[in-house]
Each structure stands twice: as structure tokens, then as C-alpha cells.
Design a protein around this ligand. Structure first.
Ligand SMILES: Cc1ncc(COP(=O)(O)O)c(C=O)c1O
Length: 365
């Protein structure tokens, strides 16, 4: 029986041609593909500037460094997210302040943000979880009222739309990841997008070890070696040229899943608000009845179907232990499961997966 992976990239464009060209030119570190990829990604996101870096985590770290977020500052983030969203705040000595997520959209609940704002609060990070945008208008409104910066962690949502606008372009600055499981990949890699020229220039300096233009090996401050390579950019450019096709595959597969699951009362389907275009980075569902999720993961594993549980909430990780209550992120984390969402999946694979889920639910739900 064929094993079905939870994610799989698709290289159906000019990946080999561009990477080969890059190697043949010997420009494997810096080179033309970086600028081409950055320009095209800025256009894709409808922003003015885009800067590559070594990962989604380093993208976020560079943003916090460039915004001069520092010791004793507080940054509001959703409790349900990948650990990097919190770690980068710790990297700069600041404190991540956790807010519960919305039970239906799975992203930060704007109604719970204001109670967490103090005189030390500097920023809010909106995470577009599993491909569905956070409620940006509500978040931006609160930020404006309290004079806070909004940062988008769009690492999982390339091309998703909020009221017709691309994620990453809805706030001061947006960050993306191109690690292997993402909708477009460069192996590892990241991108920062913004309309703020000064901020992007600071990011560029930090990322390049503050190399002076006037004198070799003169560095005006402490920087970080977070650069992206020309080889990664060659791969990224070819992937970006095909991104609409890749997004459409994810959306089409999500529709097939949704149709096959529509009569399963125990399944909460992925969010799809009227103001959003979800790109279904990982097709994820929540089992409304507790205690079934881990058994389902095991059942599917036995049948050769790989899945992922939802993230462990940040408040449950040892570095961020917190006695506050986060009922929605706890519930989603305990009962959420991401099903195979690879770009090479076909409708027969999805039928096989859904059949196995239904067989399990018949005997357990
Ligand atoms: C929400 C979120 N933020 C940040 C990251 C970090 O990206 P990277 O793995 O490229 O460092 C990820 C990666 O999966 C993510 O899902």
C-alpha cells in the first residue's frame, strides 16, 4: 500500500533549469536570482520591498531586531502557533504575552487582546494559522488605538487573502517561511515584506553583518549571518512562477476533503470566513468529541497515512509555562489534526484518507 506523506513539494516548473544555471555560473552565494526572487515576491504580496533570509524564524528575528524590541518589552502573540513565533521574542530579551485563539478561525481572538495590553506592550503578532488569515481589521484597530506595531507571521499562508488583500501586506511587516513543507519551498529559507523602506534597510544591514560599503571588513554594529543563497533563490523563483497553480491544488484538494466529510457531525471543517481566502496550507480538521484524535492518528499511521497533531500551545511548553487558562487553544491542540496536504496528492488518495477516517469514526465516535 502506497504511503501518503502529510506534505510533499511539487517541482513542476523551471527549478532544475534555474538551479543548474546558478551552479554553472559559479554564483552560488550571492547573485542575480536573489534580486529576481525578492522583486517578484514583493509584487506577489503587493508590497514595495521584500528581503530574503535563511528561514521564517530568522525573518521574524530580524524584524524584532530592526524594530528595536528589547528587554522588558512585551509582544502579544496567539497561544496556538509554532514555537518560533514566541522564541524570536525571547531572542531579543522581550516577553511573549499569550492570548487565546478564536475557536472557529483558530487565529488570535481580537476580543481578548486589549486585556493583555500594558505600558510595556510594543507589538502584536498576527499568525495566519494553517493558511487562514487572522482577523486583521480588528487587530489593526486595537493596535492603532494603543499605538502598537502589528507584525504578520505569514509563514503558513503564502497568497492567502484578507478582504481581497494579500497577507503580509496588511500590517507594518510580514514574514514568510520556505521550509520543505511550505506551499513554495527553497529547502530552508524566509522572506520579509514591507512598505517601510527604512525598516527594510535596517533589516538588510543586520542580515549582512553591518558590512560597510566604504571599507572592507568594517562593521558598524553586531549583525547576524542570516543570508539566503543564490541557489535557494533560483529554486524559489521557479516555485514562485508556479505559485498560483500550487495554491489551486491545495484549494481544490480542500474542496474534495470538505465534500467527503460534509455529513460527519463530529468533524469541524477548516475555517473559511467570508472575508478570507484560505489557502489550506495544511488541510486541518478538529474532532468535536475529545479523546479521539490520538487514536485516529494511530489508526491512519497503521494504514500508511501520515498526519500531524495541531501545535502544542505555547503556554504548555516548559520555557513559557503559564497558569492562565487558554480553553480554545487547549481544545484545538488536543483535538485538531492535519491530514495529508501534499502537492502531489490526487483525488483517489483523498478518498482513501476520508474512507479511513470514516471507518474510524464509525467505531469510535
Ligand atoms: C507560524 C510559523 N511561524 C514561524 C515558522 C518558522 O519558519 P522556519 O521553519 O522557516 O524557521 C513556522 C514554520 O513552520 C511557522 O509555522
Amino acid at each position: 500500500m502506497r504511503k501518503i506523506a502529510v506534505t510533499q513539494p511539487l517541482f513542476s516548473g523551471k527549478e532544475v533549469e534555474y538551479v543548474t544555471d546558478c551552479i554553472k555560473s559559479t554564483w552560488v552565494s550571492s547573485g542575480k536570482y536573489i534580486e529576481l526572487f525578492e522583486k517578484k515576491f514583493a509584487t506577489f504580496c503587493n508590497t514595495s520591498y521584500a528581503s530574503t533570509c535563511s528561514s521564517g524564524t530568522t525573518a521574524l528575528h530580524l524584524v524584532f531586531l530592526a524594530l528595536k524590541i528589547k528587554k522588558n518589552d512585551e509582544v502579544i502573540i496567539p497561544d496556538l502557533t509554532y514555537v518560533s513565533t514566541a522564541n524570536v521574542i525571547k531572542y531579543v530579551g522581550a516577553r511573549p504575552i499569550l492570548v487565546d485563539v478564536d475557536r472557529n478561525i483558530w487565529t488570535i481572538n481580537p476580543k481578548k487582546i486589549e486585556a493583555k495590553i500594558t505600558k510595556n506592550t510594543k507589538a502584536i503578532v498576527a499568525v495566519h494559522l494553517y493558511g487562514h488569515p487572522a482577523d486583521m481589521d480588528s487587530i489593526n484597530l486595537i493596535a492603532k488605538k494603543h499605538n502598537l506595531i502589528v507584525i504578520e507571521d505569514a509563514c503558513e499562508a503564502h497568497g492567502a487573502l484578507y478582504n481581497g488583500k494579500k497577507v503580509g501586506s496588511l500590517s507594518k511587516v510580514g514574514c514568510f517561511s520556505f521550509s520543505g513543507a511550505k506551499i513554495i519551498t527553497t529547502g530552508e529559507g524566509g522572506m520579509i515584506v514591507s512598505k517601510d523602506k527604512d525598516l527594510m534597510m535596517r533589516i538588510e544591514s543586520i542580515r549582512s553583518n553591518f558590512i560597510a560599503k566604504s571599507r572592507h571588513f568594517f562593521h558598524s554594529d553586531v549583525g547576524y549571518p542570516y543570508r539566503f543563497t543564490n541557489i535557494q533563490a533560483a529554486l524559489g523563483l521557479a516555485q514562485l512562477e508556479k505559485i498560483t497553480t500550487l495554491m489551486n491544488i491545495k484549494i481544490k484538494n480542500a474542496r474534495i476533503y470538505n465534500t467527503l466529510f460534509k455529513d460527519e457531525e463530529v468533524i469541524q471543517l477548516p475555517p473559511q470566513k467570508s472575508w478570507a481566502k484560505n489557502i489550506f496550507w495544511l488541510y486541518s480538521i478538529v474532532l468535536k468529541k475529545s479523546g479521539l484524535r490520538d487514536k485516529l492518528i494511530y489508526h491512519l499511521e497503521e494504514k500508511g497515512i501520515q498526519t500531524r497533531p495541531f501545535f502544542v500551545p505555547i503556554h504548555k511548553l516548559p520555557m513559557y509555562k503559564n497558569r492562565e487558562k487558554f480553553p480554545n487553544s487547549d481544545f484545538l491542540s488536543e483535538n485538531g489534526i492535519s491530514l495529508p496536504s501534499g502537492l502531489t496528492l490526487d483525488s483517489r488518495d483523498i478518498e482513501r484518507i476520508c474512507n479511513e477516517v470514516k471507518i474510524f469514526l464509525k467505531t469510535h465516535a
